[in-house]
Design a protein around this ligand. Structure first.
Ligand code: FPP
Ligand code: MG
Length: 315
Protein backbone atom coordinates (compact mmCIF):
# COMPACT_ATOMS: atom_id res chain seq x y z
CA UNK A 1 0.00 0.00 0.00
CA UNK A 2 1.43 3.37 -0.97
CA UNK A 3 1.66 6.11 1.65
CA UNK A 4 -1.13 8.07 -0.03
CA UNK A 5 -3.47 5.08 0.25
CA UNK A 6 -2.51 4.69 3.90
CA UNK A 7 -3.22 8.40 4.47
CA UNK A 8 -6.65 7.88 2.94
CA UNK A 9 -7.24 5.14 5.51
CA UNK A 10 -6.04 7.47 8.25
CA UNK A 11 -8.65 10.01 7.13
CA UNK A 12 -11.38 7.34 7.25
CA UNK A 13 -10.29 6.40 10.76
CA UNK A 14 -10.34 10.08 11.78
CA UNK A 15 -13.90 10.45 10.58
CA UNK A 16 -14.95 7.33 12.48
CA UNK A 17 -13.41 8.87 15.61
CA UNK A 18 -15.71 11.86 15.11
CA UNK A 19 -18.73 9.53 15.52
CA UNK A 20 -19.50 10.34 19.14
CA UNK A 21 -22.83 9.19 20.59
CA UNK A 22 -23.26 12.79 21.75
CA UNK A 23 -24.56 14.79 18.76
CA UNK A 24 -22.84 18.02 19.76
CA UNK A 25 -19.40 16.38 19.95
CA UNK A 26 -20.13 14.59 16.67
CA UNK A 27 -20.88 17.90 14.96
CA UNK A 28 -17.90 19.76 16.36
CA UNK A 29 -15.48 16.87 15.72
CA UNK A 30 -16.73 16.34 12.18
CA UNK A 31 -16.44 20.06 11.60
CA UNK A 32 -12.74 20.20 12.47
CA UNK A 33 -11.59 16.70 11.44
CA UNK A 34 -13.55 16.86 8.18
CA UNK A 35 -11.94 20.16 7.21
CA UNK A 36 -8.83 18.38 5.98
CA UNK A 37 -5.48 19.94 6.77
CA UNK A 38 -1.98 19.29 5.54
CA UNK A 39 -1.71 15.94 7.39
CA UNK A 40 2.05 16.52 7.72
CA UNK A 41 2.30 14.60 10.98
CA UNK A 42 0.61 11.36 9.85
CA UNK A 43 2.64 11.52 6.63
CA UNK A 44 5.85 11.90 8.65
CA UNK A 45 4.85 8.96 10.85
CA UNK A 46 4.01 6.65 7.94
CA UNK A 47 7.17 7.60 6.00
CA UNK A 48 9.29 7.03 9.12
CA UNK A 49 7.67 3.59 9.49
CA UNK A 50 8.47 2.74 5.87
CA UNK A 51 11.98 4.27 5.92
CA UNK A 52 12.74 2.13 9.00
CA UNK A 53 11.76 -1.05 7.14
CA UNK A 54 8.06 -1.26 8.04
CA UNK A 55 5.96 -3.06 5.44
CA UNK A 56 2.40 -3.49 6.68
CA UNK A 57 0.87 0.02 7.04
CA UNK A 58 -2.02 -1.47 9.03
CA UNK A 59 0.42 -1.56 11.96
CA UNK A 60 1.00 2.20 11.76
CA UNK A 61 -2.35 3.67 10.62
CA UNK A 62 -3.90 3.95 14.14
CA UNK A 63 -0.68 5.65 15.33
CA UNK A 64 -0.90 8.13 12.44
CA UNK A 65 -4.53 8.83 13.35
CA UNK A 66 -3.58 9.32 17.01
CA UNK A 67 -0.97 12.02 16.25
CA UNK A 68 -3.33 13.86 13.90
CA UNK A 69 -6.09 13.77 16.52
CA UNK A 70 -3.79 15.13 19.20
CA UNK A 71 -2.64 17.85 16.82
CA UNK A 72 -6.26 18.70 16.00
CA UNK A 73 -7.19 18.80 19.70
CA UNK A 74 -4.37 21.25 20.35
CA UNK A 75 -5.55 23.49 17.50
CA UNK A 76 -9.09 23.57 18.90
CA UNK A 77 -7.70 24.57 22.29
CA UNK A 78 -5.17 26.96 20.73
CA UNK A 79 -7.96 28.78 18.90
CA UNK A 80 -9.68 29.40 22.24
CA UNK A 81 -6.44 30.85 23.64
CA UNK A 82 -5.68 32.91 20.51
CA UNK A 83 -9.33 33.96 19.92
CA UNK A 84 -8.98 32.44 16.44
CA UNK A 85 -12.01 32.67 14.15
CA UNK A 86 -10.74 30.74 11.10
CA UNK A 87 -9.11 27.29 10.97
CA UNK A 88 -8.58 24.99 8.01
CA UNK A 89 -10.70 27.33 5.94
CA UNK A 90 -13.67 27.02 8.30
CA UNK A 91 -15.04 28.96 11.23
CA UNK A 92 -13.26 27.79 14.41
CA UNK A 93 -15.10 25.59 16.90
CA UNK A 94 -14.90 28.35 19.53
CA UNK A 95 -16.26 30.89 17.10
CA UNK A 96 -19.25 28.76 16.06
CA UNK A 97 -20.02 26.87 19.27
CA UNK A 98 -18.33 29.00 21.95
CA UNK A 99 -15.33 28.45 24.22
CA UNK A 100 -16.90 25.88 26.54
CA UNK A 101 -17.87 23.46 23.78
CA UNK A 102 -14.53 24.07 22.05
CA UNK A 103 -12.75 23.15 25.28
CA UNK A 104 -14.79 19.96 25.52
CA UNK A 105 -14.24 19.14 21.84
CA UNK A 106 -10.48 19.36 22.35
CA UNK A 107 -10.85 17.18 25.46
CA UNK A 108 -12.98 14.67 23.53
CA UNK A 109 -10.48 14.40 20.68
CA UNK A 110 -7.56 14.10 23.08
CA UNK A 111 -9.21 11.34 25.12
CA UNK A 112 -10.08 9.34 21.99
CA UNK A 113 -6.36 8.71 21.50
CA UNK A 114 -6.26 6.46 24.58
CA UNK A 115 -8.30 3.86 22.75
CA UNK A 116 -6.20 4.13 19.59
CA UNK A 117 -2.99 3.70 21.58
CA UNK A 118 -4.22 0.92 23.90
CA UNK A 119 -3.07 -1.99 21.67
CA UNK A 120 0.47 -0.62 21.44
CA UNK A 121 3.49 -1.15 23.70
CA UNK A 122 4.36 0.86 26.79
CA UNK A 123 7.30 2.33 24.85
CA UNK A 124 5.05 3.75 22.12
CA UNK A 125 2.51 5.03 24.64
CA UNK A 126 5.30 6.74 26.54
CA UNK A 127 6.57 8.49 23.39
CA UNK A 128 3.15 10.00 22.72
CA UNK A 129 2.54 10.85 26.38
CA UNK A 130 5.81 12.81 26.58
CA UNK A 131 5.02 14.75 23.42
CA UNK A 132 1.52 15.59 24.69
CA UNK A 133 3.00 17.02 27.87
CA UNK A 134 5.51 19.06 25.87
CA UNK A 135 2.68 20.58 23.77
CA UNK A 136 0.94 21.89 26.87
CA UNK A 137 4.24 23.16 28.29
CA UNK A 138 5.10 24.97 25.04
CA UNK A 139 1.70 26.65 24.78
CA UNK A 140 1.86 27.70 28.44
CA UNK A 141 5.39 29.11 28.09
CA UNK A 142 4.30 31.05 25.00
CA UNK A 143 1.30 32.67 26.67
CA UNK A 144 3.31 33.52 29.77
CA UNK A 145 6.25 35.02 27.83
CA UNK A 146 3.91 37.11 25.66
CA UNK A 147 1.96 38.35 28.68
CA UNK A 148 5.06 39.20 30.68
CA UNK A 149 7.00 40.72 27.75
CA UNK A 150 9.83 38.17 28.09
CA UNK A 151 9.53 36.70 24.61
CA UNK A 152 13.20 36.59 23.66
CA UNK A 153 14.99 34.42 21.10
CA UNK A 154 16.06 31.71 23.56
CA UNK A 155 12.54 31.45 24.98
CA UNK A 156 11.14 31.28 21.45
CA UNK A 157 13.35 28.31 20.63
CA UNK A 158 12.29 26.52 23.85
CA UNK A 159 8.65 27.20 23.02
CA UNK A 160 8.70 25.93 19.45
CA UNK A 161 10.77 22.91 20.48
CA UNK A 162 7.89 21.94 22.76
CA UNK A 163 4.76 23.19 21.02
CA UNK A 164 5.71 21.89 17.56
CA UNK A 165 8.96 19.91 17.26
CA UNK A 166 8.08 17.53 20.12
CA UNK A 167 5.09 16.12 18.21
CA UNK A 168 7.16 15.82 15.03
CA UNK A 169 9.73 13.83 17.03
CA UNK A 170 6.97 11.61 18.39
CA UNK A 171 5.73 10.95 14.84
CA UNK A 172 9.16 9.79 13.69
CA UNK A 173 9.83 7.75 16.82
CA UNK A 174 6.39 6.10 16.79
CA UNK A 175 6.61 5.20 13.11
CA UNK A 176 10.20 4.04 13.24
CA UNK A 177 9.92 2.13 16.52
CA UNK A 178 6.84 0.28 15.25
CA UNK A 179 9.04 -1.09 12.43
CA UNK A 180 11.60 -2.37 14.96
CA UNK A 181 14.77 -1.24 13.13
CA UNK A 182 18.35 -0.73 14.45
CA UNK A 183 18.32 2.00 17.12
CA UNK A 184 20.63 4.23 15.02
CA UNK A 185 17.84 4.57 12.45
CA UNK A 186 15.29 5.60 15.09
CA UNK A 187 17.74 8.16 16.39
CA UNK A 188 18.43 9.59 12.90
CA UNK A 189 14.70 9.85 12.17
CA UNK A 190 14.08 11.44 15.55
CA UNK A 191 16.71 14.13 14.89
CA UNK A 192 15.43 14.61 11.34
CA UNK A 193 11.96 15.22 12.79
CA UNK A 194 13.13 17.65 15.48
CA UNK A 195 14.87 19.84 12.89
CA UNK A 196 11.95 19.51 10.50
CA UNK A 197 9.54 20.56 13.26
CA UNK A 198 11.57 23.68 14.06
CA UNK A 199 11.77 24.56 10.34
CA UNK A 200 8.01 23.98 10.03
CA UNK A 201 7.19 26.36 12.90
CA UNK A 202 9.63 29.01 11.63
CA UNK A 203 7.86 28.95 8.26
CA UNK A 204 4.49 28.98 10.05
CA UNK A 205 5.55 32.18 11.79
CA UNK A 206 6.95 33.65 8.57
CA UNK A 207 3.61 32.97 6.87
CA UNK A 208 1.80 34.67 9.75
CA UNK A 209 3.73 37.82 8.73
CA UNK A 210 3.88 37.35 4.97
CA UNK A 211 0.54 35.85 3.99
CA UNK A 212 -3.14 36.49 4.60
CA UNK A 213 -6.00 34.68 6.32
CA UNK A 214 -7.84 33.70 3.13
CA UNK A 215 -4.73 32.03 1.76
CA UNK A 216 -3.74 30.31 5.02
CA UNK A 217 -7.26 29.26 5.96
CA UNK A 218 -6.55 30.55 9.48
CA UNK A 219 -6.05 33.93 11.13
CA UNK A 220 -2.87 35.60 9.84
CA UNK A 221 -0.98 38.54 11.31
CA UNK A 222 -1.80 37.80 14.93
CA UNK A 223 1.66 36.94 16.30
CA UNK A 224 2.98 40.50 16.62
CA UNK A 225 -0.34 41.71 17.99
CA UNK A 226 -0.04 39.01 20.67
CA UNK A 227 3.62 39.84 21.45
CA UNK A 228 5.15 36.62 20.15
CA UNK A 229 6.42 34.82 17.04
CA UNK A 230 9.54 35.03 14.92
CA UNK A 231 9.60 38.83 14.54
CA UNK A 232 9.36 39.47 18.29
CA UNK A 233 11.98 36.79 19.00
CA UNK A 234 14.45 38.20 16.46
CA UNK A 235 13.87 41.77 17.54
CA UNK A 236 14.66 40.85 21.14
CA UNK A 237 17.95 39.27 20.05
CA UNK A 238 19.05 42.76 18.94
CA UNK A 239 17.60 44.59 21.96
CA UNK A 240 20.14 45.70 24.58
CA UNK A 241 18.43 44.13 27.60
CA UNK A 242 17.76 40.86 25.78
CA UNK A 243 14.06 41.20 26.49
CA UNK A 244 11.19 41.65 24.12
CA UNK A 245 9.87 45.20 23.96
CA UNK A 246 6.33 43.84 23.49
CA UNK A 247 3.98 46.69 24.28
CA UNK A 248 1.64 44.35 26.06
CA UNK A 249 -0.29 46.88 28.10
CA UNK A 250 -0.78 49.46 25.36
CA UNK A 251 -1.55 47.18 22.44
CA UNK A 252 -5.29 47.72 22.50
CA UNK A 253 -4.88 51.45 21.93
CA UNK A 254 -2.58 51.34 18.92
CA UNK A 255 -3.22 51.02 15.19
CA UNK A 256 -1.68 48.01 13.47
CA UNK A 257 1.29 50.02 12.13
CA UNK A 258 1.89 51.80 15.43
CA UNK A 259 1.71 48.50 17.29
CA UNK A 260 4.25 46.98 14.94
CA UNK A 261 6.59 49.91 15.50
CA UNK A 262 6.11 49.74 19.29
CA UNK A 263 6.94 46.05 19.41
CA UNK A 264 9.62 45.77 16.76
CA UNK A 265 11.35 49.14 17.18
CA UNK A 266 13.61 49.70 14.17
CA UNK A 267 13.37 46.07 13.16
CA UNK A 268 11.16 45.46 10.12
CA UNK A 269 8.77 42.69 9.29
CA UNK A 270 10.72 42.15 6.06
CA UNK A 271 13.87 41.51 8.15
CA UNK A 272 11.98 38.95 10.20
CA UNK A 273 10.61 37.22 7.10
CA UNK A 274 14.05 36.98 5.48
CA UNK A 275 15.80 35.84 8.68
CA UNK A 276 13.01 33.42 9.52
CA UNK A 277 13.24 31.81 6.09
CA UNK A 278 17.04 31.58 6.29
CA UNK A 279 16.87 29.96 9.73
CA UNK A 280 14.19 27.55 8.55
CA UNK A 281 16.47 26.55 5.66
CA UNK A 282 19.32 25.91 8.14
CA UNK A 283 17.13 23.58 10.17
CA UNK A 284 15.83 21.83 7.06
CA UNK A 285 19.46 21.24 6.01
CA UNK A 286 20.16 19.71 9.42
CA UNK A 287 17.12 17.49 8.98
CA UNK A 288 18.24 16.38 5.53
CA UNK A 289 21.74 15.53 6.83
CA UNK A 290 20.20 12.99 9.23
CA UNK A 291 18.71 11.06 6.34
CA UNK A 292 22.23 10.08 5.24
CA UNK A 293 22.21 7.63 8.17
CA UNK A 294 19.32 5.68 6.60
CA UNK A 295 19.39 3.24 3.71
CA UNK A 296 18.26 4.75 0.42
CA UNK A 297 14.61 3.95 -0.29
CA UNK A 298 11.48 5.48 -1.78
CA UNK A 299 10.45 6.45 1.76
CA UNK A 300 13.74 8.20 2.59
CA UNK A 301 13.47 10.07 -0.74
CA UNK A 302 9.93 11.10 0.24
CA UNK A 303 11.25 12.37 3.59
CA UNK A 304 13.74 14.49 1.61
CA UNK A 305 10.86 15.88 -0.43
CA UNK A 306 8.91 16.56 2.76
CA UNK A 307 11.73 18.77 4.09
CA UNK A 308 11.72 20.76 0.85
CA UNK A 309 7.92 21.07 0.92
CA UNK A 310 8.01 22.36 4.49
CA UNK A 311 10.34 25.18 3.43
CA UNK A 312 8.59 26.01 0.17
CA UNK A 313 5.00 25.84 1.41
CA UNK A 314 2.86 28.94 1.08
CA UNK A 315 0.04 27.90 3.42
C1 FPP B 1 -0.42 26.36 17.40
O1 FPP B 1 0.47 27.41 17.51
C2 FPP B 1 -0.46 25.59 18.70
C3 FPP B 1 0.30 24.53 19.01
C4 FPP B 1 1.28 23.98 18.04
C5 FPP B 1 0.22 23.83 20.33
C6 FPP B 1 -1.00 24.16 21.16
C7 FPP B 1 -1.06 23.37 22.43
C8 FPP B 1 -2.07 23.45 23.31
C9 FPP B 1 -3.24 24.35 23.11
C10 FPP B 1 -2.03 22.60 24.54
C11 FPP B 1 -3.26 21.65 24.59
C12 FPP B 1 -2.78 20.28 24.45
C13 FPP B 1 -3.56 19.14 24.30
C14 FPP B 1 -2.83 17.84 24.34
C15 FPP B 1 -5.02 19.13 24.07
P1 FPP B 1 0.20 28.78 16.76
O2 FPP B 1 -0.85 29.55 17.48
O3 FPP B 1 1.52 29.45 16.56
O4 FPP B 1 -0.29 28.28 15.35
P2 FPP B 1 -1.55 28.71 14.49
O5 FPP B 1 -1.07 29.87 13.70
O6 FPP B 1 -1.81 27.51 13.63
O7 FPP B 1 -2.68 29.05 15.40
MG1 MG C 1 -2.82 29.99 17.14
Amino acid sequence: MAVDNALQRVDELLLSIAESAVPLLRQTSQHILGAGGKRVRPRLLLLSFEAAGGVDFDEAIPLAAAVEIIHTATLVHDDINDHGTLRRGRETVNSRWGGTYALLTGDYLFTRTYELMAPYSTELNRILARASTALVEGETMQIQAAREGTFDAATYFEIISRKTAALFVACAELGATAANPPTAWVSALSQYAFNLGIAFQLIDDVLDLASDSAHLGKNAGIDIAQGRGIAVALQSAGASDGKSSAAVEVKNNLSHDALQEAILGGYTVEDAIAKGRAKAQDFADQALAQLDHLPLSAASAALRDLAHQVIERDH
